[in-house]
Design a protein around this ligand. Structure first.
Ligand code: ATP
Length: 467
């Protein structure tokens, strides 16, 4: 098609993948050759000019794609290699990047995405002289197969290589700390310390010395020298959680330390130099805090070199079953018992839930169920009263109600409407009484009910939780 069609090789033992990818790429104007094994591609490399781009699968009989990548990088360090795999966990992605992959394409992929990627890589060729990255092996596993999480894993794999400051945003419990740990574990700093500090959890007056340390006698109660988190993290990574809660005076100090890489301990005269990669996290909207004058704009810019957004769990509900299964397995291991499983109706309820507490809420729920659910299969009824609601979450209560109704219908429950009403009244009353500190008259007023009605309902709503 074009005068000087770039040559692209596709290595995959799966004929159909090879065929569709090769067809899409040649339709896009590239000259494509397909190979069914690493060996076949390597021997072709010995006898033909190298291509401008190579796609390879990971799992193949004989040498796998990562071995192929390694061999190619020795002989043709400049040849960009796109690694394709259905294994999109952090370890595999980072493994590919560590081996020098130019890009990671998770399978199944969209053909347009693959062709777009080829165009981008070939377009970038001239500038693509970046040094091959090196990192340490992975540890913690981040579960997730949703598009948002796959994208995040790729970003982690890529970002881990560079000592850039990263700002991780996301609601509470979405896994921000886990991501920070993954960035550290996949980085060349992996053997150095990972030090975490939750800014919100430490009283403001202690925070400075917690961060930067203090000398003996620096203030009342400072009997001995204390080495701060910055120094503890020397050579490694410092994770500053809830950065939005940092007091103004410390923001100024932190900004200076980030700019200069050196500081004094509180009450100290010795200038301390540190090499620390800072990863900050927040569940707050820092731009809003800046607008309100509660967060320094210049500090935000310094922290926000790269931003990773962790989507709330309700935006990646497809990840719920795998996460739940993982947590039930962990709990089972801990309790030395067989892992429990969710019934279909229970899974449906989990899928319908709004997850205001995100992954942490799911994790806690699974541990409670592992301990409390009576049988190996967790039923929809086992979840009664266990799924917390709150905030905008309550908008989803009708989905939960529907799932409950389906369960009950499937279980052959009679008089469903009455039972649902009873639970409905009960929930409203409980919330109102909680809200008013147990004052019935006020609770009744708030609900728009008469006091007698409330008393009556209280009588009927004291019932066992299971219907
Ligand atoms: N993708 C995931 N795979 C497996 N476990 C996860 C995942 N995301 C979160 N978790 C688990 O959920 C819990 C909460 O995660 P984490 O502490 O990282 O959240 P966070 O966003 O830092 O929360 P906070 O803002 O409240 O500090 C942890 O126990 C973590 O191990």
């Amino acid at each position: 098609m074009s005068n000087e069609a770039a040559s692209v090789w596709v290595v995959d033992d799966d004929r159909s993948v090879r065929f569709v990818l090769a067809t899409a790429l040649s339709d896009a104007g590239y000259e494509v050759s397909g190979f069914d094994s690493a060996d076949a591609a390597l021997s072709a490399l010995g006898s033909r000019p190298a291509p401008q781009l190579l796609f390879t699968d990971v799992r193949m009989p004989g040498d796998d794609g990562l071995v192929l990548l390694e061999k190619i990088k020795q002989a043709h360090p400049q040849l960009p290699v796109v690694v394709m795999s259905a294994y999109t966990d952090v370890a595999s992605t980072a493994g590919a990047f560590r081996g020098g992959a130019h890009e990671f394409l998770s399978k199944p992929f969209d053909l347009d995405e693959a062709v777009g990627l080829a165009a981008r890589v070939l377009g970038e060729r001239a500038e693509a002289d970046a040094a091959p990255p090196e990192v340490e092996p992975a540890g913690d596993v981040l579960v997730g197969d949703s598009p948002a999480m796959r994208q995040l894993f790729r970003a982690i794999g890529r970002l881990a290589q560079a000592p850039l400051t990263v700002l991780i945003t996301g609601e509470t419990g979405t896994g921000k700390e886990l991501v920070a740990r993954a960035l550290h574990r996949e980085s060349p700093r992996a053997r150095q310390p990972f030090v975490a500090l939750n800014t919100a959890a430490i009283p403001a007056e202690l925070l400075e010395s917690e961060l930067f340390g203090h000398e003996a006698g620096a203030f009342t109660g400072a009997a001995r020298r204390h080495i701060g988190r910055f120094e503890q993290a020397h050579g490694g990574t410092l994770f500053l959680d809830e950065i939005g809660d940092m007091p103004a005076s410390l923001q100024t100090r932190l900004l200076r330390v980030l700019a200069e890489g050196e500081f004094f301990r509180v009450g100290g005269r010795e200038l301390i130099r540190v090499d620390v990669r800072v990863i900050a996290a927040t569940h707050q909207d820092l731009e809003t805090l800046v607008g309100e004058g509660r967060f320094r704009a210049d500090l935000l810019h310094r922290l926000d070199v790269v931003r990773l957004r962790l989507p709330p769990l309700r935006e990646r509900r497809g990840d719920v079953p795998a996460l739940a299964e993982r947590f039930l397995h962990e709990a089972a291991e801990k309790f030395a018992a067989p892992a429990k499983r969710f019934s279909k109706p229970a899974t449906d309820r989990l899928l319908a839930h709004h997850w205001p507490g995100n992954v942490r809420e799911l994790e806690n729920l699974c541990w409670r169920l592992a301990a409390l659910a009576p049988a190996d299969t967790i039923t929809g009824a086992d979840l009664d009263g266990m799924l917390q609601s709150g905030g905008p979450a309550s908008a989803d209560w009708d989905a939960v109600l529907k799932a409950w109704a389906r369960d009950q219908l499937a279980a052959g429950t009679a008089d469903l409407h009455a039972k649902a009403r009873e639970r409905f009244d009960h929930a409203l009353l409980e919330a109102a009484l909680e809200h008013t500190g147990g004052r019935r008259t006020e609770a009744a007023t708030r609900l728009g009910l008469g006091r007698n009605t409330v008393t009556r309902k209280l009588g009927t709503s004291r019932r066992p939780r299971r219907t």
